[in-house]
Design a protein around this ligand. Structure first.
Ligand SMILES: C[S@@+](CC[C@H](N)C(=O)[O-])C[C@H]1O[C@@H](n2cnc3c(N)ncnc32)[C@H](O)[C@@H]1O
Length: 220
């Protein structure tokens, strides 16, 4: 994904609670037993334009941050926002990172949703689990597939209403990469994938319409 002009504004108009996602994700990881330690090594997987990095710097200036993204454009936008110093920048997917057991904690915000469920999601999650110390935690935030429920249609309409109320009038070319080619899964499938990847059951911490945040722990 390239960094479209206006990405940061558009995601706020499109994604309910986006402005709080990174803040919540960092606060949650900072309260974890391993990543809570002074100077902990933390991986920001799929850093995009750097929202989680801005929050991590503000809340935990002691963290040793590694920021990765396969997109050169996204990484460049994040580096411009944060400056090159004090963060280890890597243009890489999580799967290609080769950093087994290096991190006390990791953040993955709005990344899994863009990977197809044909082995690619599992490979991504397994690589994240491998990158963590045993007992290390991952905060995963993603668009989830709606469970079959009488409210499903209402939630879909509410999301459109949220976008209208936020004044979303983005150029379709800019909007399309953010709304097309997504592969959300339901909670049962997420459970089975994360267990197969080496995590214990995900604990749901927050939700805004279809966007949900989970805490996962690498099994020892
Ligand atoms: C929708 S953006 C989210 C960026 C940021 N986390 C945020 O919340 O604004 C998804 C990012 O994940 C990156 N990405 C896609 N596949 C990835 C993978 N396998 N490993 C790491 N990052 C990946 C994309 O390049 C893109 O920058």
């Amino acid at each position: 994904m390239s960094a479209p002009i206006g990405y940061d504004l558009i995601v706020q108009q499109l994604i309910p609670g986006y402005a709080s996602l990174a803040r919540l994700a960092v606060a949650l990881l900072a309260a974890s037993p391993l990543a809570g330690r002074q100077g902990a090594a933390v991986l920001v997987a799929g850093c995009g334009t750097g929202a989680e990095l801005v929050e991590a710097r503000a809340q935990r200036p002691d963290w040793r941050l590694t920021a990765i993204d396969p997109s050169a454009e996204m990484l460049a936008a994040a580096r411009q926002r944060l400056g090159a110093e004090g963060i280890s920048w890597r243009q890489s997917s999580v799967e290609d990172l080769q950093a087994d057991g290096c991190f006390a904690g990791a953040l993955s915000v709005l990344v899994l949703q863009s990977l197809p469920d044909d082995g690619t999601k599992l490979a991504f999650l397994a690589a994240l689990a491998r990158s963590l110390e045993p007992g290390g935690q991952l905060v995963l935030v993603d668009l989830m597939a709606p469970e079959r429920s009488a409210l499903q249609r209402q939630v879909g309409e509410a999301w459109l209403g949220f976008q209208r109320a936020s004044g979303l009038e983005a150029d379709p070319e800019v909007l399309e990469p953010l709304t097309q080619g997504l592969y959300p899964i339901g909670e049962a499938r997420l459970n089975s994938l994360v267990n197969a990847a080496g995590f214990s059951d995900p604990a749901k911490i927050f939700q805004a319409l279809g966007y949900e945040g989970f805490l996962l722990q690498r099994t020892p």
